[in-house]
Design a protein around this ligand. Sequence first.
Ligand SMILES: Cc1cc2nc3c(=O)[nH]c(=O)nc-3n(C[C@H](O)[C@H](O)[C@H](O)COP(=O)(O)OP(=O)(O)OC[C@H]3O[C@@H](n4cnc5c(N)ncnc54)[C@H](O)[C@@H]3O)c2cc1C
Length: 589
Amino acid sequence: METSSHDVLLVGGGGAGLRAAIAVAETNPKLRVAVISKVYPMRSHTVAAEGGAAGVVKPDDSIDEHCYDTISGGDWLCDQDAVEAFIKEAPQELLRLEHWGCPWSREPDGHIAVRAFGGMKKRRTWFAADKTGFHILHTLFQTTLKYNEIFRYDEWFVTKLLVDDGRVCGVVAIELMSGRIQAITAKAVVLCTGGCGRVFPYTTNAAIKTGDGMSLAYRAGAPLKDMEFIQYHPTGLPFTGILITEAARAEGGYMLNKDGYRYLQDYDLGRPEPKPVLRSMELGPRDRLSQAFVKEIEKGRTIHGPYGEVVHLDLRHLGEKLINQKLPFVRELCLKYEGLDPVTQLIPVRPVVHYMMGGVSTDINGATPLPGLYAAGECACVSINGANRLGSNSLPEILVFGARAGVAAAEFASGAAEQVSQAVLAQAEDERRRLEQQFLRKTDGNERVAVIREAMQKTLESGAGIYRTQKSLEDAATHLAILRERAGNIALDDHSRTFNTELLSALELHCMLDVAICIVHSALSRTESRGAHQRTDYPDRNDRDFLAHTLISQDEHGAIRVNYKPVTITRWPPGERVYGQPTQTAAKA
Ligand SMILES: Cc1cc2nc3c(=O)[nH]c(=O)nc-3n(C[C@H](O)[C@H](O)[C@H](O)COP(=O)(O)OP(=O)(O)OC[C@H]3O[C@@H](n4cnc5c(N)ncnc54)[C@H](O)[C@@H]3O)c2cc1C
């Protein structure tokens, strides 16, 4: 079996992976760094981010206020030491990107423009029109090209982490173009594989977001943290799930029910006063807005669409000039995918799964409990997002913690000896045999990937969606166990080795099943409601028992274990979630 070797291997070529690669190269230029990605790096999901990246930059704002918004928005499940480091470093990272060429939108006088975002009391979200992720990823990608020592495996799919004596020392991967299966060893591996929205039926997430890295870590024995916290974004297009960015509401868009009524005024969006202020209610936190949608369905005040219930997002009063200038992509998406023009028409929207608060459990520097294994970005849980991420905190997160994980992995690799034992090579050979036998050469299966995938997605939506109960979660757990059995009997029609997308989707399905099972079991154990995890049978937050992170892992026999780890509180004791109105004094974004 062919083997190649590097000092640090980044799995993932999105924002976190590329930022980490640059950090490794800067920390120790002698290290041999490689980035492996199942798609060409510029196709990673980071490219799709629209609204912006939060970082304190205006004189009326402060680090403490951004910390507080993040911590209260996360319903006190954030580790506050991690939040403080994150908020302090975020503006520095955004500025660094500026120096690397990121074209941030400006105010007329040349200062950085910022826009309001959900759950943030001050305007602090930097943006590059509504294509922020595209510009961030492009900037990072072109910067990596300056470093000759960064080697790339484009369109390679990682199927396994190699572990020797508890230490991670490489991966097994398939080159998609040729079907070649290879071991790639490394002193340190950093997982930057992004989220897992595809485990649900309606999601803003690209088709590649199948939770591979979470599953790789879980199978290798590393715990996953806070997997029950799934963020629904309140404004996705029905059917496709395409995101209409929160920037549309930040610029002044309204949410209307079937009567043309701004229904959010009837709900508690986490304010001390019973009714939200009309001017800012559309910028309440995502979890509360998505929960209000379910309540509107129950009241019979939503609109029946061809793909289920929807409400309307109204941008008409913003005018064509502002929409073209600040939200050109929103207009383009509506015209292309809904055949409607938001300048004159209402946009049908519904909550769709958007972001995974949980992920591979890491410390503040991206280290997992397994020596040699690091994680950063959406696949990791540091945790700064707690029970509900605030919009525009994720892009700075992939920069801050991508960089931190890169530095930590580089330091570890600089002082570590290469560990490629016979046992490791035998593990890689076993994996190659498994891939051949279970997938490429297997002809006797009677299950289809698409059938099981669809059943899994429906199971999660009905069992572990916006609202959950003991019964819905137990049913989901039972279904998923059956689906996992059935997935072992999948038949592939395509036995070729060149871009075998059927094989790929089967491998991704197995990853998604692992992730789905972790979500459901974590949600079952947490008998309280907090942030995005709403149990109608336990409607209250319970700080006495659950001011703690869920850690889910499997033992060597595959049995699931759920443990808890206390939340780190530094300066902000648990309180009520309170949202104010974005001040108008900051930039005229
Ligand atoms: C539509 C949309 C809009 C968003 N808008 C915003 C926004 O405005 N502001 C904000 O803060 N956040 C936003 N987010 C969230 C944010 O964009 C993501 O959380 C973030 O970009 C994730 O970056 P990442 O580097 O962790 O992962 P990704 O960019 O998803 O990259 C994952 C990488 O891992 C690789 N990979 C995965 N599995 C494997 C495997 N098995 N083998 C090899 N490689 C693998 C992929 O090829 C890819 O290169 C948005 C998300 C979406 C979906």
